[in-house]
Design a protein around this ligand. Structure first.
Ligand code: SAM
Length: 257
């Protein structure tokens, strides 16, 4: 294998190349690579941003986010890009609500879809619909339907409508393109699927300085702020932030009417 610089490896690990590398290397070698890659860059971000804040929660959030652990987090061996604390909250929501269908935008390598399906297995109820613009991963599970396409396209929305038609309790998770404009489009097009009492979770509201990645540009956090001005039927459920660390601050939206 030719020698690769850290920068080249880091670039290769960005989606969609991550999927290709995962496929080529297999889970064990992929995990080893992820443990090393980008360590220097992360250490730089860490040092600078952590020094700049006195807020303990923000400091811990930055430490957690830049530790590199998210890139090395697995559910049953499949990479998933979430904090385990948010996964625990998802588990609590699913166990409380018993959703008939969980709709997720942003499949990536399928770890989150598999996580949701596993919790559904444990409670003996629920289906997962997971959407990505890229080819679905090779994992299969009886409860998961993968849909390929732009999450906001008419074609994908027609398939989501069909999959949720019989659903009395639908939960939606937005984790695809994290630009403000895309998240706003998703919020507009997916809000109607969320049933009263259920959740519309907008992931990664922590970017653009809330408190990580201050240079990201307007993202999910800004999209939620704008969305809530027009949609009083949704409110932020801060009780879901009880562990003090969430990568979705202000992103657990509950439909109340
Ligand atoms: C952050 S990853 C999803 C991570 C996954 N939910 C997890 O927790 O492991 C974002 C995914 O969104 C997909 N994506 C980006 N833009 C999209 C779009 N317009 N429609 C659907 N998927 C999109 C990317 O291909 C990528 O796989």
């Amino acid at each position: 294998m030719p020698s690769l610089s850290q920068g080249m490896i880091a670039k290769a690990l960005r989606s969609p190349r991550r999927a290709l590398l995962y496929g080529l290397l297999g889970p064990v070698r992929y995990r080893r690579l992820m443990a090393d890659v980008d360590a220097e860059t992360r250490a730089e971000w860490l040092g600078k941003q952590v020094r700049e804040t006195d807020d303990v929660r923000a400091k811990f959030h930055l430490l957690s986010f830049h530790s590199g652990a998210v890139q090395q987090t697995y559910w049953l061996g499949v990479p998933l890009q979430k904090s385990p604390l948010d996964c625990w909250i998802y588990q609590e929501i699913i166990a409380e609500l018993h959703p008939d269908v969980i709709v997720e935008t942003g499949t990536d390598l399928g770890g989150s879809a598999l996580f949701f399906a596993s919790i559904c297995d444990l409670i003996g109820h629920g289906q997962v619909v997971s959407i990505d613009i890229r080819q679905p991963p090779s994992i299969t599970h009886d409860r998961i339907e993968f849909i390929r396409g732009d999450s906001t396209s008419d074609d994908v929305l027609a398939k989501v409508s069909a999959a949720t038609r019989q659903s009395a309790r639908t939960m939606v998770v937005l984790d695809s393109d994290h630009s403000r404009s895309h998240v706003l489009r998703e919020l507009d097009r997916y809000r109607g699927f969320v049933t009263v009492g259920s959740y519309l979770v907008v992931e990664d509201t922590n970017v653009n300085g809330h408190p990580v990645m201050p240079d990201h540009g307007p993202g999910p956090f800004e999209a939620v702020e704008e969305f809530l001005l027009e949609h009083p039927e949704f409110e932020v459920d801060r009780t879901r932030e009880k562990f003090l660390l969430t990568y979705f601050p202000g992103g657990y939206l509950k439909r109340i009417a």
